[in-house]
Write a protein that binds this ligand. Sequence first.
Ligand SMILES: NC(=O)c1ccc[n+]([C@@H]2O[C@H](COP(=O)([O-])OP(=O)(O)OC[C@H]3O[C@@H](n4cnc5c(N)ncnc54)[C@H](O)[C@@H]3O)[C@@H](O)[C@H]2O)c1
Length: 421
Amino acid sequence: MSLTRRTFLGASAAAVASAPALTAQANDKIVVGVMGTGGRGTHLARSFAAQPNVEVAYVCDVDPSRVAAAQKVVAEGGRSSPRVVADFRRILDDRAVDLFVCAAPNHWHAVSAILACQAGKHVYVEKPCSHNAAEGEMLVAAARRADRKVQMGNQRRSMPKVIEGIQALRDGIIGRVYFAQSWYTNNRPSIGTGMATSPPAGLDYALWQGPAPAKPFRSNYLHYNWHWFWNWGNGELGNNGVHTIDLCRWGLGVDYPTAVTSAGGRYRFKDDQETPDTQVVSYDFADGKTITWEGFSCNQIPASPKPNALFQGERGSLALFDNGYTVYDERGRETKKETGGTTGDALHFANLLAGIRGGTRLNSEIEEGHKTTLLCHLGNIAHRTGKRLVCDPARKGAITNDEAAQRMWAREYAPEWTPRV
Ligand SMILES: NC(=O)c1ccc[n+]([C@@H]2O[C@H](COP(=O)([O-])OP(=O)(O)OC[C@H]3O[C@@H](n4cnc5c(N)ncnc54)[C@H](O)[C@@H]3O)[C@@H](O)[C@H]2O)c1
């Protein structure tokens, strides 16, 4: 974007807080830096680079063996090759960068996104937008204070037929809607029993851990398997659960729950995995509405096309898919079927870029992303404490019946990375 606009964007929180709110012009180039180049970050680097008038100027990973593929896909088709950095703060230091994209593991999401806002960057942060509830609240506050656009990576919010299906619910197609059911199934293998060993050559494990309290390296932590250890991940609920619980919350039009339960465990394999592979969570809301999510990480349920979310109302049901939705009457007879909608996530990226350039409303503005992510954190707190949580919607979902559970709202940090807003 133009230098004149960028001269306002100081690197310190104070400078940003005092900067006037600026709107980019519709044709401004947007310069992007991507943190974390695993499967997801590489896809994001390629996809943002393919958007009109966007330059991916940086790709960043603490594992040098992973970043070359991301650099290559960005440079495809004659585009200029991005700089490779290992420390994401080099992206934040560069005033030319407008948008910071975070696809590092979950324990980095809110911490790096808060620093990015404070450095004047807009942010695309992968789901879940936080590793715990407190830092999610801090991220919302940081976005507001710095007046930055922050979008979470729950791309179904931008899929046209999903939007249409939710609108149909709003318009009363099945009458008053009071129940939404969602699930995830996979056939993940065991992660086995890890051994104390050195991290892979070249990988900066200290910077990989960053804000999480340091743990000695073991052979089955990474890549990807960090999802199943509470120090870095949020289990399947905070992994794939976020996507479909978000649809349920959106469709029911609810924010903070009144009660949360969780049943399940690590049932399929006996190994190092700390998070459940089999889990059923439920969320009650005021005015008589409930969401459930069933997670089967190690059981591929027979493959009938299962909707992402199934809504029940006074006059029937609505099954929501990525590319459409099906409506049934009270007796289960199909009354309407919509298919053929665009899927994928390009429209979600385009929505954020339009928001940065012209003030278009974000489809998954960070406060909405936080509310859904919070449901996942609450489900995991219910699981880990074995308690039915009573929550106060008037206090942003705070847990009122169990002090030990409420203490899990936040975490300990490696001191140098403690987030501050
Ligand atoms: N929206 C979606 O549909 C979707 C799909 C897949 C993954 N995701 C999310 O994207 C994130 C990444 O997923 P993944 O499957 O690529 O995980 P992954 O573990 O395979 O990759 C993460 C990468 O981040 C790197 N990393 C860790 N710390 C870093 C740091 N300080 N600086 C730079 N890089 C760092 C790791 O070395 C690794 O290469 C997860 O949070 C996941 O929830 C979202």
